[in-house]
Design a binder for this molecule. Sequence first.
Ligand code: NOJ
Length: 731
Amino acid sequence: MTIPAYKNPALTVSERIEDLLGRMTLKEKAGQLNQWFNLGPEHYDMVRKGEIGSDLLAGSPTAGNSPQERIFARRYNEVQKIAVTESRLGIPLIFGRDVIHGYRTVAPIPLGMAAAWSPELVQAANTIAAREARADGVHWAFSPMLDIARDPRWGRVAEGFGEDPFLAGKLAAAAVRGFQGNDQDAIPERFPVDRVVACAKHFVGYGAAEGGRDYNTTEITRQTLHNVYLATFKAAIQSGCGTVMSAFHDIGGIPLSAHRYLLTEVLKEQWGFGGFVVSDWGAVWELTNHGIAADAGHAAELGCGAGVDMDMCSMVYLNNLPDLVQSGKFSEERLDDAVRRVLRIKFALGLFESPYVDADASHAVHLLPESLAVMRRLAADSMVLLKNNGVLPLRADHLTICLGGPLADRRKELFGCWTIDGRDEEVTTLKEAITGRLGAETRLHHYELVDDAVKLARASDVMILAIGESEGRSGEDNCTTTIDLPAGQEALVESARRMAIPIVAVVFGGRPLNLTRVMDWADAVLFAWHPGITGGLGVTDILFGDVNPSGRLPITFPRSTGQIPLYYNHRSTGRPLPRNSRRHSRYIDALDSPLFPFGFGLSYTTFTYGNLCATADPQIPEIVVTAQVTNTGDRAGTTVAQCYVRDVVASVARPVRELKGFERVFLEAGQSKTILFRLGPQEVSYLDDNGHEVLEPGRFQVWVGGDSNADLGADFEITPDGRWGVIDKGE
Ligand code: NOJ
């Protein structure tokens, strides 16, 4: 018996797709665009009829808020078998899951990962996550989240890579490669068998939710969309990301799940995205709530017409698209385009050849020692030392340590949001990690009760206070009106201060927190984010000096909630600083500056930057900037050298500075190294309202240093006839 062409792996993917498409009924086509969740026996009839194309492996839209909804590989094989052997065409289902930061070997939250400024580590962490997830039967990770966020009240700030499109763009590309294993910058013909397809979400501008309130409306200009919010998605697409998720919110009245300009004109036409777009959960149906669709049928027409290929969990495509096409109200061509896109990814994942998972295979890849080691390294490298008056690193011996604070001996609190596959019992708490690291002569007192801990402090040499947010205070649907520490924590630090022993505050959190007072009272402050399964160990690696801190803030830390939004790459205004002027853009009851700027972080050693030199070769459109970075302290360490640029005069006001290069630099004590950044058209141009690159002649400034306040700089220009030259070459 001859097999149908679409089942023949010797043919090209497009030949197989066309053959299959030609055999499909309208209902089967709509079925491929229909994702439902937690498929069980009650759905098997629909699967048999080819009415479901994808299973979302979760019991609710906010599964990350209800951790440990376990994966059941055997159950997926059962439903897959029905799709493959009992449906007319045997098209396999694609199983999607929220694999947000690690899988069972839970990584630090993405905002923490970003603080390591290491695309290599992000790629390594996502490779581990992909292998673990695929072994459990997951084909598709709803990650990375690429929403630039400038408002830390928004709970989902934890899930993204921070406020800067350049850093987040580099990490986006690394995250995609880690998940998908593609070495080409394109969606592969075949994904490696141990990887998953990535999903860049939430397209686009979701992080600009008004008031930091989840799902809220946004107003974003085209200028800001193209230069800030779209940039991370573009980086992911250029790295071959296979799928994109359209967001819940609207921009200026157009919900993103019906935004034809962004989904079709920009994403698919301008950028050439060849994968498929899935809506966020119920977002197509929610077009009726937004008030732009009269009913479910209208919503399906708007969503699919705008470019959303797959409907996540609202059934409106399945129930409406076939009739709409039949009656001539919706184009079959567009329906076919959406189906082709979905099938392309299914073929690329090899699902037609290998639809099932070995239900016992996960043991071989979950929680491997080498995976735990990567996550521990990432956790330690993500932590940002915000203050240290010399109390850190702790000496392992001759110490009596008092450990207190609400998060000192907690497990799932270290995971952070969206860790449905992490298991509490596999986390090392901070107390356990410290106990394991102590020298023979060290004693540890741990008390959860504030008063007891404070009393005990009298008999100790140092007090470590583990404070901050638990995992449930950030993530989806977990927004706050304030970035202040949870109730009682400032008082705890203040009363500990009265004991007159050194205080080390270890702060866990899913967002920048207001640490203004803690800065005054603590002798050292380490911001540890939500550091994942090895988080306790990562903290002790830093506290005891086994790892010299190198994390740098991927987002500005304001002094108070009232300063929000506060971000380093803002425009200048007509009344900018200097600070002594009365009429610049400011408040009268607070300082202008943030508590900590973007890019900031201390080390146990010190670094200086000098000898900046900018050079140009008139034949080449490029400025080369070199600088010398020196470790001026007495121990080896890593700094993150950062390069910022300003376009001084342009047709539109450009940001006061923008990150355009960074490099983690390891230096032995006393060692110097020359670092080099290349600034070409991509680094000095911006995008116009249509997303087209604009490279204008004029003056530019460049700075190199250890954070976004770097002041070691040079000036260069592009002349009207297009020559690149240096005006002031620096030091
Ligand atoms: C809703 C969330 O917004 C999205 O990030 C997630 O991937 C889906 N639910 C699926 O769980």
